[in-house]
Write a protein that binds this ligand. Sequence first.
Ligand SMILES: NC(=O)c1ccc[n+]([C@@H]2O[C@H](COP(=O)([O-])OP(=O)(O)OC[C@H]3O[C@@H](n4cnc5c(N)ncnc54)[C@H](OP(=O)(O)O)[C@@H]3O)[C@@H](O)[C@H]2O)c1
Length: 266
Amino acid sequence: MEIVLVTGGTGHLGRCLVEQLKPAYRVRVLARSPGTAADVDWIRGDLATGAGVAQAMAGVSAVVHAATYSPAARRGYPRPADLWRSPPEVDVDGTRRLLEEAARAGVGHFGYISIVGVDRPRGPYLRMKLTAEELVRESGVPWSILRATQFHWLLDRMLGKASRLPVLPLPTRLPVQPADSADFAGHVVECLRAGPAGRCEDFGGPQVLSLGALVDQWQWARGRPRRVLRLPAPAPLMRAAYTMTAPQGRRGTTTWAEWLDAYGQQ
Ligand SMILES: NC(=O)c1ccc[n+]([C@@H]2O[C@H](COP(=O)([O-])OP(=O)(O)OC[C@H]3O[C@@H](n4cnc5c(N)ncnc54)[C@H](OP(=O)(O)O)[C@@H]3O)[C@@H](O)[C@H]2O)c1
């Protein structure tokens, strides 16, 4: 069986990738805190320092690089500092390290997981993702770049934190296209099978919702009603939000409402 290395295999997308890759590949995961599944080769490592990267790459035919570090996503809300800087150690330095080792090991396919709209980056985290994409393109390792719209878990986490406030001031007309990470993992596995394809079709959820509709559905499902203060959405903000959707791209099937119904608070 061919070996596929997954980075970020303990994360939301990564866990789905590991499960969906298992039937066809031997799956190796580079992780800071390895899991216990016996049918996965766990390599303890850290992309921020390079520990374990060379060991993880030995004998690998393809890599899916899904590791990332966004402090705002971790805590579920941004702080002012996130508007100035996002730590580059995993997303930029770690991607560079992985690509160097992949080139040395003769890896045949490097799949990089990215975000829809990243080529018009707004904010330091997205700029880092774009830099990482550029490293992938220039690496000399055969590559695919797979972009997705916002995952359900992240929106759920952010709304969970926001609902600590008594009132939610939101530009409710903004478009959002939430995607299920398991649906996207299926798309990534398909692309991996098809081989290096460069920039792949963008992937989004089945519906483009207004932020107001998304919040209404969340409040209903989670039973945490808050008053929503409907702010206007100026044209530049609407345009920016549209660039983060992929209405013409590949679509998953799991709706926001179905996902909320199936999963508890993330
Ligand atoms: N979330 C979204 O809405 C969204 C939308 C589109 C695309 N994406 C992209 O999809 C990918 C996966 O995102 P996700 O939402 O699944 O993220 P996630 O749940 O936060 O998972 C991130 C993964 O990266 C690992 N990681 C962090 N720092 C590391 C380090 N120093 N060394 C090794 N591994 C490290 C984490 O491991 P630990 O458990 O050790 O921290 C975790 O397994 C990312 O490329 C992201 O940009 C995300």
